[in-house]
Design a protein around this ligand. Structure first.
Ligand SMILES: [Zn+2]
Length: 184
């Protein structure tokens, strides 16, 4: 699956996204170590590579909840300086490409992403709702998990153990039955 497809074209709860996300985190972590830095730029839709985070798990959460910022198929802030994996074509001479051309390419990618409408219209509303819900306790009197932290914990288990979407849904239903009435 090419980078553009998994980063922007599939559900973020899917195993493909979760698996590829781990690969991105590895690249980002390697780059951090190579540069001897403490923090990693977060390329999520909200941070847009303008905010550095020290916690790799926090970046994973951002990329799960918000997804990648548009047009970021060349991971330039995470060590990939010359190769755009989404648009590599044989014969192009990337060595000749200066910064301004690079910017044009990035902007073009962004525009194309916008036109293609990779984000469904109701995604933003869903996201708003998620933020509003994120601080709610999982159920009345629960102090250990908020709705969001519970969801993230489950997503991580899903990713680490390769649960199928079907088994994930069934587990969520089972947990729902076990929790007190009116849980989130
Ligand atoms: Zn972020």
């Amino acid at each position: 699956m090419d980078r553009k497809t998994w980063m922007y074209g599939i559900k973020r709860a899917s195993n493909e996204y979760l698996h590829n996300l781990k690969e991105f985190l590895k690249v980002a972590e390697n780059h951090r170590v190579n540069k001897g830095e403490c923090d990693i730029w977060c390329p999520c839709k909200k941070c847009q590579n303008c905010q550095k985070l020290s916690d790799l798990n926090a970046i994973e959460e951002h990329l799960l909840i918000e997804g990648f910022m548009n047009g970021y198929t060349r991971w330039s802030q995470h060590g990939e300086l010359l190769i755009d994996h989404s648009t590599v074509d044989v014969g192009s001479n990337y060595d000749d490409m200066d910064d301004s051309q690079d910017d044009v390419r990035d902007n073009l990618d962004e525009m194309l992403d916008d036109i293609e409408g990779d984000v469904p219209d109701n995604d933003y509303e869903k996201f708003q709702q998620l933020i509003e819900d994120s601080e709610k306790p999982l159920y009345d009197g629960c102090t250990k998990f908020t709705k969001l932290s519970a969801v993230l914990k489950l997503f991580n288990l899903k990713a680490n153990n390769g649960w199928s979407d079907k088994s994930f849904t069934e587990i969520l239903e089972a947990i729902n039955e076990m929790l007190p009435e009116g849980n989130e």
